[in-house]
Design a protein around this ligand. Structure first.
Ligand code: SAM
Length: 198
């Protein structure tokens, strides 16, 4: 029997399944897209920490055959996540060769990162690992995002969001935190959003 809400299919998981998305996390990106107009036709997007692929699927559907999505993850995408305008690289975001492959398909108008470390249950360790991924995603954005481009990254609360936002304010016209409604109530994840790369 499921013992907690992470194992029990909730409203968002059932909705995702019925709408053909491999994970409930799609509704977080959808909400951020609706609020901040992240995706337009012809957008070239990079999805970091993309598996099983609900954000990638959302991007592909929104682009409707235009633009391009570069997705990267340690794990493969779900088998139904496909598109002529999708390139997937299976590997570690920290690996220079993965970065080099991603760069060849850039520059990008949008970088989204929902990557999360495998959690240990030790909050100090988990937030430190999450901060490392945020710094890395910011590095990808710094290197590969076009001027005017947008950026979204997941961070575990308590992982130095204020310092990261300060750094992002130097890089983007606007930078702010945002916690989508679809985040589980007990989850300590939140998102940082940078709009309009300088
Ligand atoms: C919450 S899941 C992403 C869900 C995805 N946005 C979706 O909607 O289907 C987090 C992902 O981050 C990936 N990840 C964590 N660290 C990574 C790393 N160093 N390199 C590549 N992927 C990583 C994990 O493998 C995992 O698939």
């Amino acid at each position: 029997m499921p013992s907690n809400s992470y194992e029990k299919p909730d409203f968002w998981s059932k909705k995702a399944f019925s709408e053909g998305y491999p994970a409930r996390s799609v509704y977080k990106l959808k909400e951020m897209d609706e609020k901040f107009s992240l995706i337009r036709k012809n957008t070239r997007a990079m999805d970091l920490g993309a598996a099983p692929g609900s954000w990638t699927t959302y991007l592909l559907r929104a682009l409707d055959g235009t633009g391009h999505v570069t997705a990267i993850d340690l794990s493969p995408l779900a088998k139904d996540v496909k598109g002529d305008n999708l390139s997937f690289f299976q590997g570690d975001l920290y690996a220079p060769e993965i970065r080099a492959e991603a760069k060849k398909l850039g520059p990008y108008n949008l970088v989204v990162c929902d990557a999360a470390p495998a959690t240990t249950g030790n909050r100090t360790v988990d937030t430190a690992r999450s901060s490392g991924l945020v710094e890395l995603a910011l590095y990808y954005a710094e290197q590969m995002l076009t001027p005017g481009g947008n950026f979204v990254v997941k961070v575990f609360q308590g992982g130095g969001e204020q310092e990261m936002l300060k750094k992002m304010r130097g890089m983007f016209a606007t930078a702010r935190g945002f916690k989508p409604e679809a985040c589980r109530s007990e989850s300590f994840e939140t998102y940082l959003i940078g709009l309009g790369k300088k």
